[in-house]
Ligand binder design. Structure first.
Ligand code: GDP
Ligand code: IMO
Ligand code: MG
Length: 424
């Protein structure tokens, strides 16, 4: 019986998960998303074309791979239809290759409105949500009010929808000055529902467990990153799902004993989009240089991403929580023009040197302690193997492997599928 491999982000999202899932897909029969929803933006680049996926797993461009949207995902039929429409020119057998869990929850137009109203009410304390309705939809899931994909086939779907919308309108009424026109949003929602009805919906937990028994290979594709996890991230500046390996178990119905390799992916530096603590953030020209070189703007919202140096205490924490067995380092080429690269090894808080983030860091000044590493100062984007890599890049990889105690198996040197170097 095969186990499920997991690929997930170790930082605050946007590590390059979409790219690596696409690169690894030929090794797998099935790619499955287990959490998150249209807050994700996963970019794939090949044959000179760039694709951004939000809900659909990143295996969709490979004809021999099936793609499962698991029960832990939340689906906005509006965004989903746009994604499917965007795939139309590429002759992808979506009906055959995309399977949707009956137990995945639906994002209603009013969930999006609640997200916006809640952020507006928070003022300066806002999370910096993508405003895709993620928080309110997971709240309805845990509050046992949610509507699931399987419900759309029920004769009383409309009734269920109306009842939940009524509840939401009641809550929106408490947000003084928040204006909206639901009638403008609903037609696109119901068009999306019709589209989902025309696709294949399944009991994905049965499907995946049967596939494992039959010897099929499965890769679970994480969304967001470990530091955005609802339990282990920088709460409350997090998303509303478990982005860590454990999320695979609940988001796909895979038993903990059936988890195989855990591939943790991270940038050679660090970024964050939205609010919340970021100890190694660079609010200076170095941060701007990284943003420009890495084109660090959100794939979903277009917002500029905050940039900073790599943070080893945070990475070690993420490796521990996820049980990472191998690492992939992304966007190495972004550091091509730096003479030296800084690596945060500790933090100083209140004069004390520590290597973890304490529970409550609000109001605390966190001073990162850095070690400097020599930069390679040359163009990595044309490399085709690690053998040709400059010594300084090899040294940076070895330094990180030594500090993190996990092998780095892939070094990425550009956004294209081909710009991927195997390190072992
Ligand atoms: P995801 O959410 O983890 O899938 O990552 P995003 O797609 O949101 O952001 C990663 C961005 O970096 C995308 O624009 C990718 O095309 C790009 N990218 C991925 N790997 C590399 C790399 O090694 N070098 C460079 N320069 N860009 C990369
Ligand atoms: P991918 O899968 C980066 C961030 C938002 C915000 C917080 C909560 O592309 O890596 P939410 O909309 O979930 O309520 O927002 O989480 N966030 C992401 N940041 N990449 C993502 O996904 C993200 N999904 C959510 O910016 O700070
Ligand atoms: Mg992204």
């Amino acid at each position: 019986m095969n186990k499920v491999d997991v690929l997930l982000g170790l930082q605050w999202g946007d590590e390059g998960k979409g790219k690596i899932v696409d690169v690894l897909t030929p090794k797998y029969d099935i790619i499955a998303r287990f959490q998150g929803g249209p807050n994700a933006g996963h970019t794939l680049e090949f044959d000179g074309i760039k694709h951004v996926l939000h809900t659909i797993p990143s295996g969709i461009f490979r004809a021999n791979t099936l793609n499962v949207i698991g029960n832990g995902v939340v689906i906005d039929p509006v965004v989903f239809k746009k994604e499917i429409d965007a795939l139309a020119p590429f002759n992808i057998p979506v009906k055959e290759n995309l399977l949707i869990s009956n137990k995945a929850h639906l994002i209603l137009p009013t969930h999006r409105l609640l997200d916006a109203a809640s952020e507006q009410a928070k003022g300066n304390e806002k999370i910096g949500s993508t405003l895709k309705g993620i928080g309110p939809t997971y709240m309805d899931k845990t509050g046992r009010n949610g509507i699931r994909v399987g419900d759309i086939f029920s004769p009383n779907f409309q009734e269920k929808y109306n009842a939940l919308v009524e509840k939401h309108i009641g809550i929106l009424g408490h947000h003084e000055g928040f204006e909206y026109d639901l009638s403008e949003l609903e037609p696109a929602f119901f068009e999306g529902i019709d589209l989902i009805k025309s696709l294949t919906t399944i009991d994905s937990e049965h499907y995946l467990n049967k596939a494992m028994k039959e010897g099929k290979t499965i890769l679970a594709e994480g969304a967001q990153g470990t530091l955005l996890d609802i339990d282990f991230g920088s709460y409350p500046f997090v998303t509303s799902s478990n982005t860590v390996t454990a999320g695979t178990c609940t988001g796909l119905g895979v038993a903990p004993t059936k988890i195989g390799n855990v591939i943790g992916i991270f940038k050679a530096y660090c970024t964050r989009v939205g609010s919340g603590p970021f100890p190694t953030e660079l609010n200076d020209e170095v941060g701007e240089k990284i943003r420009a070189a890495g084109f660090e703007f959100g794939a979903t919202t277009g917002r500029p991403r905050r940039c900073g140096w790599i943070d080893l205490p945070a990475l070690k924490y993420a490796i521990m929580i996820n049980g990472v067995t191998e690492l992939n380092m992304m966007k190495s080429d972004v550091l091509d023009t730096f003479d030296t690269i800084k690596v945060c090894t500790h933090y100083t808080i209140n004069g004390k040197k520590i290597d973890y983030l304490p529970f409550d860091i609000n109001g605390l000044e966190i001073i990162p302690v850095y070690e400097e590493v020599k930069g390679w100062n040359c163009d990595l984007t044309k490399l085709t193997s690690m053998d040709e890599a400059p010594q300084a890049l090899k040294d940076y990889v070895a330094y990180l492997e030594n500090a993190l105690e996990v092998p780095i198996t892939i070094v990425s040197v550009g956004p294209d599928r081909k710009q991927t170097l195997r390190n072992r």
